[in-house]
Design a protein around this ligand. Structure first.
Ligand SMILES: [Zn+2]
Length: 138
């Protein structure tokens, strides 16, 4: 496990696993690095994984290793964090204060959403709330 152990924890959610804050994270702080080998676009096309994080127009980080706890961060249409590239590294930063116990979420981006999420329907909290409200109406 990595050095962020203690501040973050992987826990079960309604839809699988997620990454949670154990302590309050202030706004605009580095939360965790998205780690893994750097692959070129051609290698990414051949591998067909689900944990690629785009580094630049030529390459991505393959975050599928279990050592990469950032891979447990789920998609949200209203996320509280975002990945930023610094050179050849990607760090997840907080977009607002994240309270202890809250799940950390990022927006996976349009191409991932259209390919993997749209076909089955988005199960992020804001979307689930929306569909619950809709089904409650007469
Ligand atoms: Zn959603």
């Amino acid at each position: 496990m990595n050095k962020d152990n203690g501040k973050l924890a992987v826990k079960r959610t309604a839809t699988g696993l997620g990454l949670f804050a154990l302590k309050t994270i202030p706004f605009n702080k580095r939360i965790v690095e998205y780690v893994g080998p750097i692959l070129t676009n051609e290698e990414v096309d051949q591998k067909k994984g689900k944990y690629f994080f785009e580094l630049n127009e030529k390459s991505s980080i393959d975050g599928s290793s279990r050592d990469n706890i950032a891979r447990y961060i789920n998609h949200s249409c209203r996320p509280n964090a975002k990945g930023y590239t610094t050179g050849k590294r990607i760090w997840i930063w907080s977009l607002r204060e994240i309270k202890a116990g809250e799940q950390i979420t990022i927006n996976y981006g349009k191409s991932y959403f259209d390919e993997h999420i749209k076909p089955v329907g988005c199960k992020c909290e804001p979307c689930l709330k929306k569909s619950n409200n809709r089904s409650k109406k007469p």
